[in-house]
Design a protein around this ligand. Structure first.
Ligand SMILES: Cc1ncc(COP(=O)(O)O)c(C=O)c1O
Length: 372
């Protein structure tokens, strides 16, 4: 198993390097004052620093359940398991299904692929397009293996968004064949136009829906969740207990206090979407100015622009870019066979406008040099 190239990059870069590599939120948009107040309150009660229940504190699970209820996806607190980031949610589910087969989109999220390898899950990949997975292949593969890992909203790395038709088709295929989908949705709130309906809402008994506060509030809190039927939540809770007894209690209390005033989070999400839309527009305009050969689809949300520099080995190119102090993630990292790829994933949320221009100019220089 190879370590994630992204984590290696994050560890090795110095302060002069401009990074378009990580899926990092913009630090200037963290709601620091509100989180400070929520923390202050959380520390007033010593009980909040005590051990707590494994599935997560009840008022926070109720609030998360309400996110779903508001969208017409009936959910109780008992359908929610709080996890240490959605990364742990993925690990718990993979542990439950260890040694079985799983369908994955190609390309897919490296962090999940590594978890599946660690738990000896045999991955079968199905190509992903900008409007969702290849349905003909999906149906054929899912029929046999009955477990699929999907990121329908602003996928990592592709930035793609499943169309409503594809969502309905996936749900229909799962209803027909039985089995489960793991719907990983950390970017679902970061839409620029309108929120798409989750596939899980169409097949509540055949889905595990994973959510996270990492991309919307702060990844450092390490709070995510799994939404599933009560029976599966009980089984997943038993696995979680063997890993960490429970997710950080004080972080759960901070979040719960923050969410107490419910319009606050809604307002924050709205301003985040507006700010990220502007950042995406700036980044894609700068791409057209400085790397005009880069072919890409304009993202409709999320954190990534994905595309290709025709005929260029993007892994080779990034090694040279690193010397010029700029990094991105070459797409060979996202394919199971590590094939040569001319595709690149850029993160557009983290860097400032000046860094975007400087960074893309550095890439342009390396690319023009490689071309000559
Ligand atoms: C698709 C996807 N799933 C899960 C995660 C893990 O997120 P967290 O554990 O911070 O909630 C990430 C992080 O980048 C991701 O991109």
């Amino acid at each position: 198993m190879k370590r994630s190239f992204i984590r290696e990059i994050l560890e090795s870069i110095d302060s002069e390097t401009i990074s378009f590599a990580g899926g990092l939120p913009d630090e200037s948009l963290f709601p620091i004052e509100d989180l400070k107040r929520a923390s202050q309150k959380a520390f007033e009660n010593p009980k909040n620093l005590q051990y707590t229940i494994s599935n997560g504190i009840t008022p926070l699970r109720e609030k998360i359940a309400d996110f779903y209820n508001k969208e017409g996806f009936e959910t109780k607190a008992s359908n929610i398991l709080i996890t240490t980031g959605s990364q742990q949610g993925l690990y718990i589910i993979a542990k439950y299904f260890q040694n079985q087969k799983i369908l994955v989109e190609e390309p897919s999220y490296i962090g999940a692929v590594n978890i599946f390898k660690m738990n000896n899950l045999d991955m079968k990949s199905v190509p992903l397009h900008y409007d969702g997975i290849d349905m003909e292949r999906f149906d054929k593969v899912f029929k046999k293996i009955k477990l699929a890992y999907l990121i329908p909203d602003f996928q990592n790395p592709k930035g793609s968004l499943y169309s409503d038709e594809k969502r309905a088709e996936v749900a229909k295929s799962v209803s027909k064949h039985g089995g489960y989908i793991l719907e990983d949705a950390p970017y679902s709130e970061l839409y620029f136009e309108k929120k798409a309906k989750s596939i899980s809402a169409l097949i509540p008994e055949n889905s595990f829906h994973l959510g996270s506060f990492s991309k919307t509030l702060s990844p450092s809190l390490r709070i995510g969740w799994i939404r599933a039927n009560e029976e599966m939540i009980k089984r997943f809770t038993m696995i979680k207990e063997t890993i960490d007894l429970h997710s950080c209690g004080i972080a759960q209390h901070i979040l719960n206090n923050y969410l107490e005033e419910h319009t606050r989070y809604e307002k924050h999400l709205k301003s985040l979407r507006d700010a990220y839309k502007l950042k995406m527009e700036f980044f894609t305009k700068a791409l057209k100015n400085h790397l005009s050969d880069f072919q890409f689809e304009q993202p409709k949300g999320g954190m990534f622009v994905f595309g290709s520099l025709s005929g260029v080995d993007s892994f080779d190119l990034v090694q040279q870019c690193m010397k010029e102090k700029v990094v991105y993630v070459p797409a060979n990292q996202f394919y199971l066979d590590g094939r040569m790829s001319d595709e690149i994933r850029f993160n557009f949320t983290y860097s400032s406008e000046q860094e975007v221009v400087d960074g893309l100019k550095r890439i342009e220089r390396v690319y023009r040099g490689a071309e000559a």
